[in-house]
Design a protein around this ligand. Structure first.
Ligand SMILES: [Zn+2]
Length: 287
C-alpha cells in the first residue's frame, strides 16, 4: 500500500505513549478471559462497558520518556489511516447520508491506559469506546498481528484501524445505541448473534474505506495488499481464535464472526464501496 497523499494532521490525536499506569492497576479479569480477549481484534465496545471497574480506576500514572516515541513509524502510518478514514466518512456522510460526520479521537498508548469504558491494556487489543468516542491502540499490537497471527502487511494494519473507525460510524448512525437496548433483554446467544453482525459490518466498513481511499487518490493498493488484509480478517475470526484457545469452536459464543464471514464482509465492502450494501443485520445468510 502506497500513500499518494497522507494526511498527518494531529488535531484528533492523543499520544499517550510512555505514559502508563503502574502494574496492578489493571487486573482481576481472570487468566483465560485475558487470553481470549488478547486474541480478539478490537474489543467489543459493548462488552467493554461490562469491564468498567475491572481496572485502571486507581493507580498512579508513570511517565517513561524513553518510550514516548515507541513504534513511531507505526504511529505515522496508523494516524494516516485514521485521518484518511475520517476524510472518506466525511464525504460519505455529506454526499450519501446528508449528515454531518463527527470525528473520533485516535489514542496511542503503551501497556495500559484508561478510557471512559474502563481500563485498557495491550492485551485487550485495539478498541473503540463509544462513551468518549476514541479509538485506542497500543501500537505493539501490530507486531502481534504480523508475528503471531501471520498477517503482516500494510493493508492488514490499516484494516485494524479502519475497522475501529467503523465502530464509530456505527455510533453516529445509532446502531450501537440500538444494540445497547437489547443488552440484558434477550438471551446471551441471541445477543452474540447481533454482535457478530455488528462486527461484520465494521469489517465491511474497513473494506469500504480501502475502496474509497483508493478512489479519492489517498492510497494506492499494490499486488498482495488485498491478500494481506484478507489474511488478517481470516486469522482473527472467532472460530480460528477459539480453536487456538480452547481446541474446539462453539458458534453460540462467537462475537466477531467466523474467519470466512470476516473475509467475506471485508471483501464485499472493498468490492462494492457502497454503504447501501452494508446491512449485515438483515442479511439472510446471517440469520
Ligand atoms: Zn470490532
Amino acid at each position: 500500500m502506497k500513500w499518494i497523499k497522507r494526511n498527518d494532521s494531529d488535531t484528533h490525536y492523543e499520544d499517550r505513549r510512555g505514559k502508563s499506569m503502574k502494574r496492578g492497576a489493571i487486573g482481576g479479569i481472570g487468566g483465560l478471559i485475558v487470553v481470549v480477549i488478547a486474541l480478539l481484534l478490537g474489543q467489543n465496545p459493548l462488552e467493554m462497558l461490562n469491564l468498567v471497574g475491572a481496572g485502571a480506576e486507581q493507580g498512579t500514572e508513570v511517565y517513561d520518556s524513553s518510550r514516548a516515541n515507541e513504534n513511531e513509524d507505526l504511529k505515522i502510518f496508523s494516524l494516516g489511516v485514521f485521518n484518511s478514514a475520517n476524510d472518506v466518512w466525511s464525504e460519505i456522510f455529506r454526499e450519501q447520508l446528508g449528515k454531518e460526520y463527527r470525528k473520533p479521537v485516535f489514542v496511542t498508548f503503551t501497556d495500559q491506559t484508561r478510557s471512559e469504558c474502563g481500563g485498557a491494556s495491550a492485551e485487550t487489543g485495539p478498541f473503540y469506546c463509544q462513551l468518549d468516542e476514541k479509538v485506542y491502540i497500543d501500537l505493539s499490537f501490530f507486531h502481534v498481528l504480523s508475528q503471531r497471527f501471520k498477517a503482516p502487511g500494510d493493508l492488514a494494519m490499516a484494516y485494524v484501524t479502519a475497522h475501529e473507525v467503523g465502530h464509530h460510524v456505527q455510533k453516529l448512525l445509532g446502531t450501537l445505541d440500538q444494540l445497547n437496548q437489547y443488552l440484558g433483554r434477550i438471551s446471551e446467544v441471541e445477543y452474540n448473534k447481533l454482535n457478530v453482525k455488528l462486527e461484520l459490518q465494521a469489517d465491511f466498513f474497513a473494506g469500504l474505506w480501502a475502496h474509497q481511499a483508493q478512489k479519492m487518490g489517498i492510497i494506492l493498493l499494490e499486488p498482495g495488499d488485498l491478500e494481506s488484509a484478507i489474511q488478517a480478517a481470516e486469522a482473527i475470526g472467532d472460530d480460528r481464535l477459539q480453536k487456538q484457545a480452547q481446541g474446539y469452536t462453539s458458534p453460540d459464543s462467537f462475537t466477531h464472526g467466523t474467519s470466512a464471514q470476516r473475509m467475506y464482509w471485508f471483501n464485499k465492502g472493498y468490492q462494492t464501496g457502497d454503504i447501501r450494501m452494508s446491512d449485515t443485520f438483515n442479511d439472510p445468510s446471517l440469520n
